[in-house]
Ligand binder design. Sequence first.
Ligand code: SF4
Length: 335
Amino acid sequence: MQEALFYEKTDNDEVICRLCPQTCRLKPGQTGNCRVRENVGGTLYTHVYNKVAAIGVDPVEKKPLYHFYPGMEIFSVGEVGCNLHCSFCQNYGTSQCFASDFGGFHEITPVQLVEKAQRGWHNIGIAYTYNEPFTFYEFMTDIARLAHDKGMKNVVVSNGYINPEPLSSLIPLIDAFNIDLKSFDDSFYRKQVKGNLGPVLESLQIIARSGKHLEITNLVITELNDGPEQFEAMVKWISKELGEKIPLHISRYFPQYRLNLPPTPLENLHQLYTLAKKYLHHVYLGNVPDDYRSSTYCPNCGALLVEREHYRIKIIQQGFKGYCTECNTDVNILI
Ligand code: SF4
């Protein structure tokens, strides 16, 4: 165990965790809403340090990041725990598990992890993913610092549910974020996710203002968040508050965990894709085989820039460096 960051001690050995908006107040022996931070004798500890629950090498597109070194791979690590509790969670086996109950940890220090990540031939760095990375904030920041020293990139794939102070401290260490914006309706967040929308929007604004690379994922769930009015309000907000160049991944829902609604109809996804394209330069469909709506086009002249067939990536223009070679438009792609 490692002492946690961002918490306060009280006079009666209780602690108040300030890492995320859940603001857990914990008596000795109690574990936070994220199931990995525990008050032990008046000190808050994290159970997820010097160990990982999942490790792998993935295409960077799988995060999903389509505008961040397309075609490259990224070493990916995850833990157990999450500070939200989505009824439709796709990784509930690890995300909704108490660290104390999980039997599959692999012990590894930050130094060892970075050494392992450096061995990958096409590997651009380390992605903190699979479960919610903010719940292993201390381990992640120690790894990320070492990875940066070695010239590697750091990527966070997250629900965005973190307080502004720890997020601002983390941002200098991170090169790219993919943040889930699960809905634009606070009652959806309260009922289906057990959190609130406001802190996620604030995190998105902080990241966008920082200038770090940002992409957004929106999982469209049949009947729950697939209404075009709410969706249009969301994409308008993204365009106005974060910028029209922010890539949006519209992802298809399949029944999972506690939610058993039918998969999102393809017609709905196509309709929302067309709607989003009115406000945003780069919109993609995910969780569905659709090469046309997974590829990148110049928003100015329409030229095909990056062709995607599942995880087969082809950069079309010779000498492409993030600007369309036909019309010189900046297409917000890091190469
Ligand atoms: S990080 Fe965990 S313990 Fe801390 S406030 Fe959030 S849910 Fe609670």
